[in-house]
Design a protein around this ligand. Structure first.
Ligand code: ADP
Ligand code: MG
Length: 616
């Protein structure tokens, strides 16, 4: 008897989309999408909590959207990892109820249940997992899951949590544009610049990727979180309803069943127009009456459709130009154009993009399958089956902690290749302090108030010591998924506290962009503000250090008096909130007095005390 062959570990790639989700797997050289029993690759990212108690996911749930608007959850990707405050306008446009839960995190209210976006995403992922298992005939436990390039730490972490809830170990969170580039054979073996144009159901994203030595760097992103195929459908829905009205139909467009049927018809009309010059719709909506008032036959030509969507397509091109500009490039410096998202099947979209960039987009991979296929390539690498490919990503915004006076000390700089970690030593600011508050910030600006707080925590249990003596090692670790962990340890005593960073909310892509612009615009003012804080901190430290040194050193009374006088003068300036220049002068005066003292006892004591302060 021979032992059965050891199965290679199965890791799938999952595109968890706003509109549709799907999984793919790579076997050998080829990657393939895992289809459901009907051969359909796409699973609508929709969950219906039916009044009869069933939880329905996918195509059937999508069909229930209009008949059960308050119990059918779609586009939950818009909510994940964000706070209700951030989502303000978004929440009001949704037909289901979103309420604020703990820490202002959104909860979807279905009857008396309040569900987290993670839990709802997990239901979608479970459906994807089940479909993949059925297609593969084997259990699936590990996955690479994709997210938009502009997803921040909290949104990535929440996506990972959703995977865990679905019973999937998420080996890596991968940027969607990077995944798409991989699917098109841009694998990092050749340096270049790629433009990834992703027009899905409800969102549009464009990313400029720079590939150097196998490292994928996101140079810029732009887009519109409310622009996609749904908008094209809506234009056709309006057209259909207008024809109904003209024909004097008795079908009521306010009836959810009617509207659902019209929507479905509009989408199928749109899809046919991607390959045909004109398409005809035959609808019979009048369910109850026998007068034939619900019957409609309508022909729409591709030219008519194109005229209607042209302004929306133009908006995407404006974003493309902005992204190229933000990346510091000219459009002729783009090497590859990659199409992603079902809506890039529309010929007009391809034509207009090609005309703008002056280069043929890559075709040959189904645009709505590309992200999942690319994720499966990365999954295969992580499963250990392909060692030829090394994939790296970078973090979009700098990360740091707030220090004395409201400045931010950055530990990890924007565009650092991940995974990465850095440890810095800090100390206490007050004598006998037994706990410190650590606040974690994201952003490019110098001051905490201009950056985004990601979370905060307390390190407790520090033995009481004079200020500046405890040595607190703070470690920032960004793992391969771009997820941040912060740890703090008092090294002198070995006291270690259990510390958890809880991301409070996420950032939208526009906010990331705005923060970048702000940091450039305010660089000068920030520098001055930062300098003012630094001078103040230095002056305070000098006062403390000199006072300590005075106690240690035995000085003749006249010298003690001279030093005390300079200290008092500096204290007065501090109390009066004096300007940086005055404080600097006060520090210099104090240094002169202490330095002029014959035996350098005091100045060396001050230097020592200062050095300890600076470690903070
Ligand atoms: P997402 O990334 O938002 O989950 P997808 O990439 O799956 O979305 O794109 C879904 C959108 O693509 C839908 O609006 C769908 O109608 C549209 N779509 C799919 N196929 C075609 C086609 N052949 N022509 C035009 N639009 C299409
Ligand atoms: Mg997508």
């Amino acid at each position: 008897m021979s032992s059965p062959p050891t199965p290679t570990p199965l890791v799938v790639g999952i595109d968890l989309g706003t509109t549709n989700s799907l999984a793919a797997v790579r076997a050998g050289k080829g990657a393939r999408v895992l289809r459901d029993r009907d051969g359909e690759p796409l699973i609508p990212s929709v969950v219906c909590f039916h009044p009869d108690g069933r939880t329905i996911v996918g195509r059937e749930a999508k069909a229930l959207r209009l008949s059960h608007p308050d119990r059918t959850v779609f586009s939950v990707k818009r909510l994940i990892g964000r706070s209700v405050r951030d989502l303000d306008a978004e929440v009001r446009s949704l037909p289901y109820r979103v309420v604020a839960g703990e820490r202002d995190l959104p909860r979807v209210q279905i009857g008396d249940r309040a569900l987290s976006p993670e839990a709802i995403s997990a239901l979608v992922l479970q459906e994807v997992k089940a479909t993949a298992e059925q297609a593969l005939g084997a259990p699936v436990q590990k996955a690479v899951v994709t997210v938009p390039a502009w997803f921040d730490d909290a949104q990535r972490q929440a996506t990972k949590d959703a995977a865990a809830l679905a019973g999937l170990e998420c080996l890596r969170i991968l940027n969607e544009p990077t995944a798409a580039a991989l699917a098109y054979g841009i694998d990092g073996s050749k340096d270049g610049t790629a433009l990834v144009y992703d027009l899905g159901g409800g969102t549009f994203d464009v990313s400029i990727l720079r590939i150097d030595d196998g490292v994928f760097r996101v140079l810029s992103t732009a887009g519109d979180t409310h622009l996609g195929g749904d908008d094209f459908d809506n234009l056709l829905v309006d057209r259909i309803l207008a024809s109904f009205a003209k024909a004097g139909s008795s079908a009521r467009p306010s009836d959810p069943y009617v509207l659902q049927a019209v929507r479905a018809a509009a989408e199928s009309l749109k899809i046919r127009l991607s390959t045909e010059g004109s398409a005809t719709l035959d609808l019979d909506l009048d369910l109850d009456s026998t007068d034939g008032g619900g019957r409609l036959s309508l022909t729409v030509t591709r030219a008519e459709f194109e005229a209607a969507i042209a302004p929306l397509v133009q908006r995407t091109l404006d974003c493309v130009q902005r992204a190229v500009k933000d990346a510091g490039l000219r459009i002729d410096q783009i090497d590859d154009v990659v199409l992603v998202g079902g809506s890039t099947r529309i010929p007009l979209v391809r034509e207009r993009l090609e005309a703008l960039v002056g280069r043929k987009p890559h075709t040959g991979v189904d645009p709505d399958l590309a992200v999942a296929l690319g994720a499966s390539i990365q999954a295969d690498v992580l499963a250990g089956n392909d060692r030829s490919l090394l994939l790296l990503d970078v973090i979009p915004l700098s990360l740091g902690i707030e220090t004395l006076g409201g400045a931010v000390q950055k530990l990890i700089l924007r565009n650092s290749t991940i995974p990465t970690s850095r440890t810095e030593e800090f100390s206490t600011g007050v004598d006998g302090q037994t706990s410190v508050d650590l606040a974690i910030y994201q952003g490019e600006r110098e001051l905490a108030r201009d950056c985004r707080q990601l979370g905060r925590f307390k390190l407790r249990g520090i033995p009481a010591m004079p200020a500046g003596l405890p040595r607190i090692a703070v470690t920032f670790l960004v793992d391969a998924d771009g997820v941040l962990r912060v740890n703090a340890r008092e090294t002198r005593t070995g006291v270690e506290a259990g510390i958890q960073v809880v991301p409070s909310y996420g950032l939208s892509r526009d906010e990331v962009r705005q923060m970048m612009l702000d940091s450039i615009e305010n660089a000068q003012a920030d520098y001055l503000a930062r300098e003012a804080i630094d001078v103040r901190n230095k002056a305070e430290a000098m006062v403390r250090g000199t006072q300590k040194a005075l106690q240690m050193a035995e000085l003749p009374p006249d010298q003690t008096y001279a030093v005390q006088k300079a200290v008092k003068a500096l204290q007065k300036l501090l109390a009066a909130n004096a300007e940086a220049a005055a404080l600097k002068a006060g520090c210099d005066d104090l240094t002169k007095v202490t330095a002029s003292i014959a035996d350098d006892v005091i100045s060396s004591a001050v230097t020592k005390a200062l050095r300890e302060e600076e470690q903070r």
